[in-house]
Write a protein that binds this ligand. Structure first.
Ligand SMILES: [Zn+2]
Length: 197
């Protein structure tokens, strides 16, 4: 049972891990805590946005849209590798996912296939949205992959988690394909290496 870390701790950790952080508006208080719980936290979830252009991407992730109010994540990782903090607390990024996957994440075991949408993920995961069209062709920059590795490692380090606590949205919710363009297994290997250092 891990309570979420404070917003200030989150900010400090990311900076300590060598991430370039951009604070957007009142990110510390921008959340969906009024509609549901935030925590206990069990992992980190990685997404792609299906957008192009950093400014638009950050704004969309902060504000959301008519059917899905923001924030849509905690940090937006743009192509240049900067991490824009748009919210903190419960955020609309994970939706409903598979309770068997959540149990595997908590136990840090190999993930089962995600074939059920029966569990509130917004409560249990830190979320990072990454600027990418998600078509398998839009390139992921080295800076962006490096930032994904760093933010994930930073959160894992705080909670004493291994890289197995980091999953992609596609591993959580049936029908999701994000992130597309690299594999979560490869990213977990990178995060594991960083955690050893
Ligand atoms: Zn997603």
């Amino acid at each position: 049972m891990a309570p979420p870390m404070s917003a200030n701790r989150f900010l400090d950790l990311l900076r300590d891990e060598g991430v370039t952080v951009v604070e957007v508006g009142n990110w510390r208080e921008h959340n969906r805590n009024h509609v549901g719980p935030w925590g206990p936290v069990h992992g980190v979830m990685i997404h792609h946005t299906v957008t192009s252009g950093s400014e638009l991407t950050v704004r969309l992730c902060r504000d959301g849209h008519s059917t899905l109010p923001g924030p849509l994540c905690h940090g937006v990782i743009t192509k240049d590798g900067r991490v824009h903090l748009v919210g903190y607390g419960r955020a609309n990024h994970a939706g409903l996912g598979d309770d068997d996957v959540l149990r595997a994440v908590i136990a840090e075991k190999r993930l089962p296939p995600d074939n059920e949408a029966n569990t509130d993920g917004n409560r249990h995961f830190y979320g990072f949205e990454c600027e990418n069209l998600g078509d398998g062709e839009d390139p992921w920059t080295d800076e962006q992959l490096d930032a994904i590795e760093r933010v994930s490692a930073a959160v894992c380090r705080h909670h004493g988690w291994t890289e197995r606590s980091v999953i992609g949205h596609l591993e959580w919710q049936p029908g999701k394909i994000d992130p597309k363009g690299f594999t979560m297994d490869a990213m977990r290997d990178r995060i594991g290496e960083r955690l050893k250092g």
